[in-house]
Structures are given as structure tokens and as C-alpha cells.
Design a protein around this ligand. Sequence first.
Ligand code: NAP
Length: 274
Amino acid sequence: MLKVALTGPTGLVGSRIIELLHNDFIFIPLPHDALDITNKDRVYTFLKNLDFDMILHLAAYTLVDKAEEEPEKSRLINVEGTRNLFDFCISKQKKFIYTSTDFVFDGEHPPYFEDSIPNPLGVYAKTKYEGECIVKDKAMIIRFSYPYRTAYDKKKDFVRSLKFLLESHTPLTMIQDTLITPTFIDDIAQALRHLFVNFTPEIFHIIGASSISPYNAAIMISHQFHLDSSLIIPITLEEYSKGKAPRPRYSVTKSKKNTFYPMKSFNEGLKLIK
Ligand SMILES: NC(=O)c1ccc[n+]([C@@H]2O[C@H](COP(=O)([O-])OP(=O)(O)OC[C@H]3O[C@@H](n4cnc5c(N)ncnc54)[C@H](OP(=O)(O)O)[C@@H]3O)[C@@H](O)[C@H]2O)c1
């Protein structure tokens, strides 16, 4: 069985991949408390003694707004951490899968396919793109967008965060003049089932089938979970963006290459997590 070492195994995406695919692959979790990927010496000594075929690199600094205040930390984890793991893998002929984001695009000229030209806007997006540039053509790069999943106690995705706020009757201001493309994490896991055994050093968009505004996403969540949609107030991207990281306006991201797993629309995914 293929042995997949996985950084970020306690994260939103990694934890679900292990839950869904643990019968098909041998996962070797590399949690933060066992391996800090920013420590190059530690990465080399740790991995040297490990028996694995590939690394699925999910560990990242993912706080999009906070990254604007902590650019060095974001860069250290997303760029140098990636370089440490990747350099080791290349030196030992191990396969490497880097995970990235639709935020590498500026959102001005949608739709975005695997071969579209990135132009990242904020610190998080720029550091994730720098990571891509380090591994490009030698590793597989998988881009996700707004991942959501079944309930996970350790971290709330955007669906759970909005649901929680609506349940506690908190008014929500949601952007109505942008588009996002939410991705059901179970679909990411099923697509990876194929990609692990069909590794090629190319870019893949593993991304949901429908693009909607954050405002409409919140309305759909309120309907699906029978919550009060009158708490959801539309705002513009300009109003929302004050003091926050810049975000792509029309993040309509699609795939020319995912011919192996049909991704769900947000409506289909929401029904399943309910
Ligand atoms: N979440 C999103 O909205 C989103 C959207 C598009 C793409 N992505 C990409 O998808 C991938 C997975 O994201 P996710 O949402 O699962 O992330 P997440 O829930 O934020 O988890 C990040 C993981 O990285 C670990 N980590 C952080 N710093 C580390 C370090 N120095 N050394 C080792 N491990 C470290 C964390 O461990 P601790 O918690 O123990 O520190 C955690 O397990 C990332 O590449 C991310 O950029 C995410």
C-alpha cells in the first residue's frame, strides 16, 4: 500500500482525508508538535528515518487577514517550510504534493483554469504562490477553494462559522458583489484517491462545481439549517475590505484536468453535511 506522509494532519482538510481514505493508503501523520516544518535540520533528521513514498503537504499558515500583520511568519511557514520539505523529497526521489489556493488569482478575469496566470493579492496568497513556484514542474500542485466539511471540533470552516453565528442570532454582513467557489472536502479526498496513484508533476484544480456570492452562500446555509435569513445583511467588497487582506473579486475557478471525479455544487454539498 502507498505510504503517504502528511503535514497538517490535524487541519480542516488533512483530518478528513485521513478519516475517509485510511483503508486505502498508509498515512503517516506529521503533526506540528512532532515536526515544525520551518526547522530545516529537524525536517531532514526526522524524514531521513521515515519510510514513506510521498508527502502530501497541507501544513500552512492559513489566517488570511492576520497574515497581513505577520508577513514574516506567513512566509516562514508557507515558503521556507515548503522549501525544507520539498528539497528533502527531491534529494531522496520522493513524490511531493503541494496544496494551494484559488487566492493565487486576482479575481479580475474569471474563469480561472489550471493554466491561468496567477496574480496573488494579499500576503497569504503571495506566500502560497511562492510555495507553488518552488515546487512547480517537479511536484503536483492541487488548488482548493473555500473548503467545507462535516463538523470538526478543532476548527470551524466557513459554513460552520456562519451556522454558529446564525444559531446565536448574530447579524451577519456578507459580501454580495463577489463570487467564491466552495469545495466539499469529501470530494477533495475522493479526488486525491485517484491523484495519489496517478501522480504527475502538474497543477490540478480540485474545486467545487458552483460559484456564488458569500451573501448567497449564507442565505443557502440559513435555508438548509432552518435559521433566520433576515440576520444576513448584504455589503459590498469595498465596505468589507476595510482593514482586511485583499481578496479576489470573482473567484470563479474551474478545472480542465479533473476528468476523474465529479465535484459537487455548494447546494449538493450542503445537503450532505446536513
Ligand atoms: N482553509 C481554507 O480556506 C483553504 C482554502 C484554500 C486552500 N487551502 C490550503 O489547503 C491546505 C490545508 O488547509 P487547512 O484548511 O486544512 O489548514 P488548517 O486547518 O489551518 O491547518 C493547518 C495545519 O498546518 C499545521 N501547521 C502550521 N504551522 C506549522 C508548522 N510550522 N509546522 C508544521 N505544521 C504546521 C497546523 O498545525 P497546528 O494547528 O498544530 O499549528 C495545522 O495542522 C493548505 O495548504 C491551505 O493553504 C485552505
